[in-house]
Design a protein around this ligand. Structure first.
Ligand code: C2E
Ligand code: MG
Ligand code: MG
Ligand code: MG
Length: 278
């Protein structure tokens, strides 16, 4: 950071404070080291079948165990990872860790338990993605149908034609493809129909409005109907109350996840939770 020294026409180098560019560079370096030093961890949130209440799978949600700032949630570093390109390393680590973990779960209490992984927009455009997924599945011998890849509606619509090609390549592997945060972006139904999607995840902002807002209730109902009309599953995220669960079940929604069942927790806690479900 260079500041003008008062009264003289010369520049002096100062320690990096108040300089957003230097601060960003420092934070990128810190995240790169964090990834290299193994400071990322995955927490898992169960996804439950609304008809019958069985555990279906878990969503893997990344956290950063920062050496001084504590456990950071993705809201505090995913954007930086995406903008700096570090999301390639981060995403590769998440995929590898989640697939390895899920391969070790089989079978849990006599049931097959899947895992869902979030992909960032940049990962979707990464030509290496199909290779990474194929390798991870083969190395850990996980059935592709037990891996769900979640892509936000916004990421899909950034470049729908490129997204379509990536999704087609991923679909050929036999993995499950989900549209995340559905209803918050601007997706065209034409694309939705063309994309090889298996699952719509209804955004938690609409789920929160169940029983409160007639508008949100109508949106959730249409999302479930739309999903079923094109032959795919509907998943509700952010389910916090039993009343929300009951409305979703009445609407025929297939899967639910949210604090009502469990917060995202470390893997051992998740497995104990599963065991306690009987
Ligand atoms: P998402 O995929 O839509 O994940 C759902 C978020 O809602 C998670 O926040 C989860 O902890 C939170 N949540 C779950 N149940 C409830 C509930 O009942 N009530 C409320 N209020 N919130 C609930 P989290 O873990 O902070 O993750 C935020 C976002 O970060 C995720 O949104 C996802 O887009 C992104 N993300 C997480 N892990 C990864 C990753 O490994 N890679 C990439 N690229 N993105 C990730
Ligand atoms: Mg997700
Ligand atoms: Mg979501
Ligand atoms: Mg969301």
């Amino acid at each position: 950071y260079r500041a003008k020294v008062s009264g003289r026409n010369s520049w002096q180098v100062h320690p990096q404070h108040n300089d957003p560019a230097a601060d960003r560079l420092r934070r990128v370096g810190e995240l790169r080291h964090g990834i290299e030093r193994g400071e990322l961890v995955l927490h898992y949130q169960p996804r439950i079948e609304l008809d019958g209440g069985a555990v279906h799978s878990a969503e893997a949600l990344v956290r950063w165990q920062h050496p001084t700032r504590g456990l950071l949630s993705p809201g505090e570093f995913i954007e930086l990872a995406e903008d700096s390109g570090l999301v390639r390393e981060l995403g590769a680590w998440v995929l590898e860790a989640a697939v390895a973990e899920a391969a070790g779960w089989q079978p849990v209490a006599g049931r097959r338990l899947g895992v869902a992984v979030n992909l960032s927009p940049r990962q979707l455009g990464d030509r290496n993605m199909v290779r990474l997924v194929t390798d991870a599945l083969q190395r850990h011998r996980l059935d592709p149908s037990l891996l769900t890849l979640e892509i936000t509606e916004t990421a899909l619509m950034l470049d729908p034609d490129a997204a379509l090609r990536s999704l087609q390549a991923l679909a050929r592997l036999g993995v499950v493809l989900a549209v995340d945060d559905f209803g918050t972006g601007y997706s065209s139904l034409t694309y939705l129909k063309r994309f090889p999607i298996d699952e719509l995840k209804i955004d938690q902002s609409f789920v929160a409005g169940l029983g409160v807002s007639d508008g949100d209730e109508a949106i959730v109902a249409s999302c479930v109907q739309l999903a079923h009309a094109i032959g795919i599953h509907a998943v509700a995220e952010g389910v916090e109350t039993d009343a929300q669960r009951a409305s979703l079940a009445a609407l025929g929604c297939d899967l639910a996840q949210g604090y009502l069942y469990s917060r995202p927790v470390p893997v051992d806690e998740f497995l104990r939770w599963c065991a306690a479900q009987g």
